[in-house]
Design a protein around this ligand. Structure first.
Ligand code: SF4
Length: 378
């Protein structure tokens, strides 16, 4: 499975934009060809593709307008394109369209979408109501190879990388389902998967999410969360300007390696160095997520070590009490301990906020996305 995912990534590096599994068309000669996966292409690539079809370049902008702002599901709905062009698009291109298998609504208004991919795998996307707006938590992989101990997605292993269009389409499909779609203003890439392990597709998708000729989300309101893939973090800061969150969860290597195997490869020293080198526009900070787990990382000395580790960084800390689950052999600390942990950080001049994950009753909270419809999982 991993090798399949890697082969998609290599194809993307060569500038192709095939979907996985690729959908095929048939030329008049009877030869098969790959259909262009329009939602995963940049404006320049769309223009080049349009030109290759012998059409004027302005059609590319029209097309993207329909895809990313009109949110249409079929070429036939693109009413300002000629009938001939719509037929050509149907023959030579495709609109990745994730299928909603199920939605679950939490008591707190959080909605979890279970999407089916073309090859039968499923992913989850979570729409979170906040004060006056919504945040969408999107997935970047089906499953995850990183194996963090506190995370149900990690227990599945990696099934495959998502394509850029499968990532963008989570935003499109959720917007289509909303009554007030313009209230969806914030995107976090924190769902299933490690986004920087699917670098090219995630970068391509984020570019379409923030681009003016794409979905036009503000880059200030888009955040990517990583478990700490250091080489990719260094590249990412140069390739795009969005917010960075780091899933930290411990301030010493022994505890972090126990919770997050990635730390054995990229220990804290290299992770913090990559954070210090990460380019931050004015007044922006890196968010450090710290899942509090009873008896593992919740002592006063852990808080003091955390403060020392992050000193000198423009950092804010989200303290997230572990979301308990029957498949996890860990539990959150009692509230008084959580408050004490926070106080230790605040006393040392850090912004430290206790975040209660929403959607716990529908297993939509942080670390709970499990893709329970995936075969082999209960
Ligand atoms: S926390 Fe993130 S990186 Fe770790 S296993 Fe879960 S999805 Fe993967």
């Amino acid at each position: 499975m991993v090798s399949n995912a890697q082969s998609v990534s290599l194809q993307n590096r060569k500038g192709r934009y095939f979907c996985f599994p690729p959908s095929q068309g048939k030329a008049k000669s009877g030869e098969t060809f790959m259909k262009a996966d329009l939602k995963g292409m940049s404006l320049a690539e769309t223009e080049a593709w349009i030109e290759r079809q012998g059409l004027p370049a302005y059609r590319a902008k029209q097309l993207r307008q329909w895809l990313f702002k009109g949110l249409v599901g079929r070429f036939q709905e693109m009413s300002n394109l000629t009938k001939g062009l719509r037929l050509l698009l149907e023959e030579k291109a495709e609109l990745t369209s994730l299928e909603v298998v199920e939605t679950q609504v939490s008591k707190d208004g959080t909605i979890k979408y279970l999407f089916a991919l073309r090859d039968g795998l499923t992913i989850e996307t979570v729409l979170i109501p906040e004060r006056g707006h919504f945040t969408l938590c999107v997935s970047s992989q089906a499953g995850c190879a990183m194996g963090c101990r506190f995370c149900l997605t990690g227990k599945q292993g990696l099934k495959r990388n998502l394509t850029a269009s499968e990532i963008v389409d989570q935003v499109i499909q959720v917007k289509r389902s909303m009554d007030y779609a313009d209230r969806l203003t914030n995107i976090v890439v924190m769902g299933m998967g490690e986004p920087l392990a699917n670098y090219d597709a995630v970068l391509r998708a984020l570019n379409n999410i923030i681009s003016e000729q794409g979905m036009n989300f503000s880059h200030r309101r888009v955040t990517l969360s990583t478990c700490g893939l250091v080489p990719q973090m260094r590249e990412f800061g140069k390739d795009i300007t969005v917010n960075l969150a780091v899933s930290l969860n411990a301030a010493d290597d022994t505890t972090r390696s126990f919770l997050m195997p990635v730390n054995r490869k990229y220990p804290l020293k290299s992770l913090i160095a990559a954070c210090k080198a990460f380019p931050l526009p004015n007044r922006r900070m890196i968010t450090f997520e710290y899942i509090l787990i009873e008896g593992i990382n919740d002592r006063a000395e852990d808080a003091m070590r955390l403060a020392k580790l992050l000193s000198g960084l423009r950092a804010k800390i989200n303290l997230i009490p572990l979301n308990p689950h029957s498949r996890l052999d860990m539990s959150p600390p009692p509230m008084e301990r959580i408050l004490k942990f926070q106080e230790t950080l605040v006393d040392r001049h850090f912004t430290a906020i206790i975040r209660k994950s929403k959607g716990q009753d529908i297993s939509a909270a942080c670390g709970q996305l499990s893709g329970r419809h995936v075969s082999g999982l209960s």
